[in-house]
Design a protein around this ligand. Sequence first.
Ligand code: TYD
Length: 142
Amino acid sequence: MDYRVIEIKSTHYQDPSAGHLSFVEAEHDLPFPIRRMYWIYGAEKGTHRGFHAHTLNWQLLFCPFGSIDLILDDGETRETVTLDSPSKGLILTPGLWREMIWNQKDSILCVAASEYYDPDEYIRDYDAFLAFRNSIKNHKQE
Ligand code: TYD
């Protein structure tokens, strides 16, 4: 499936109680420029969100606090990636259906996206998503 799990660069103080620092640089660490960032916070354990695909956006998802399952679907298979460390990143290409489940209350989901917000770039209907995937597949076979 067209996603990649990355280890986000992190530095560690000699005294671990002073915390850690993680960082990403657009285009150096990511295969896209960052035009937008957003984050989801304040969600209860068991929250189930997402239920959409993007036609244009490349994204980096990471969870700086807590644990969130990302369920990814390319129209043929479903895979789950658990974001449970501030140094774990998930790069998603356009065209993947995603759902997120909060494993822990107040987990934070951060997203860096390649495009500005555009509601027309979302697919929110699963049957429309399958039709979109089929149209890509047929286009590639031509
Ligand atoms: P939405 O993408 O629908 O989130 P979810 O599918 O997880 O519920 O976004 C919720 C609202 O936030 C919607 O009214 C649009 C707005 N929004 C922006 O204005 N800019 C953004 O970058 C995002 C992601 C959402």
